[in-house]
Design a protein around this ligand. Structure first.
Ligand SMILES: [Zn+2]
Ligand SMILES: [Zn+2]
Length: 313
């Protein structure tokens, strides 16, 4: 077992936490959603998101500063700009699809509010995005994901848990106002601690005292986050094993499936916001000892999904 401080640094310096600093607020997610649907101009974005001019201006500026968008002139007199996704911003499309799939499966409110049927223009079918392993092509399930801690071989270790490998990661979605896609996810994860608590549960940590120790989190903060995750239907409290008086928190099916959007964000962060010398979880699929690759595909034709090939109604 690793020491608490080692765990803590692995968890609290998670790539997901880093990514959330850039994309983890509701307006940013909503703007991304509209841009994936083709909106480019300020007026279009304002109308589609319902954001005030001041809020939208501020958010767009931050997104440009963070390299998700760039401004492109579409008229010279008077000068006018529209917003375009950079490659880094476009790469969040997989995350958007993963969040959409999770929300439409698990949240009633999202189902009402989601625009949303997705049609894959390439094959002509309505479809559901499915996350598959980029190496072996099988659908991603938490059972097949392995979390390996440490960048130094000496400290590498797999966490065994009930005969299977322990898992880590971080993330989730919830349905709020607006038209779904990301929002439940963001409601669930968008604060500093929640993704870390989730990561720890993905890794197999369950007991309150264990979570508190491994995360180094204040007890009132942990209790509050666990309560929210239970209310969101992501965790379920159960009596602890033999003699333990404390509750254990287990992932529900809804919680387990959160692994997919979580992985999508993790992988995006590792690729686009790498931090040198930062120890982090290595994620593997059961098919390979090489780092996890994941892609979203159409469940009808198994083709890759690009924003320009997908129509949302
Ligand atoms: Zn695989
Ligand atoms: Zn298709």
């Amino acid at each position: 077992m690793k020491s608490a401080s080692e765990h803590q640094s692995l968890l609290t310096r998670s790539p997901i936490a880093r990514a959330l600093a850039v994309i983890g607020d509701r307006w940013t997610m909503v703007v991304l959603r509209e841009m994936f649907s083709g909106a480019t101009r300020f007026g279009e974005l304002a109308a589609a998101t319902g954001a005030s001019r001041a809020t939208l201006t501020k958010r767009l500026r931050a997104m440009v500063d963070n390299g998700l968008l760039y401004q492109s002139p579409y008229q010279t007199r008077p000068p006018r700009f529209e917003y375009r996704l950079t490659v880094k911003g476009s790469a969040l499309y997989d995350t958007a699809l993963a969040a959409w799939a999770w929300e439409s499966r698990w949240t009633q409110a999202a189902r009402r509010n989601l625009p949303m049927r997705l049609t894959h223009r390439s094959c002509g079918h309505r479809f559901t995005p499915v996350a598959v392993c980029g190496r072996c092509g099988t659908a991603i399930s938490i059972r097949d994901i392995r979390f390996r801690a440490g960048v130094v071989s000496e400290t590498q270790q797999e966490y065994l848990n009930d005969g299977s490998l322990r898992r880590s990661s971080t993330f989730s979605v919830a349905a709020g106002t607006g038209s779904g896609m990301f929002l439940h996810f963001i409601d669930v994860v968008a604060d500093h601690w929640t993704p870390l608590v989730l990561a720890a549960t993905f890794m197999g940590l369950r007991r309150y005292d264990e979570l508190r120790r491994e995360l180094g989190v204040a007890t009132n903060i942990l209790a509050h986050r666990l309560k929210l995750l239970v209310e969101a239907g992501v965790l379920q409290p159960q009596p602890g094993r033999a003699g333990a008086r404390r509750l254990e928190y287990r992932l529900t099916d809804k919680g387990r499936e959160l692994i997919v959007p979580t992985l999508a964000i993790h992988l995006w962060s590792m690729e686009w916001m790498p931090a040198d010398s930062e120890p982090s979880m290595k994620l593997l699929h059961s098919c390979s000892a090489r780092p996890l690759k994941m892609r979203m595909e159409c469940n009808r034709c198994h083709g890759a999904l690009r924003a320009q090939d997908v129509a949302a109604e």
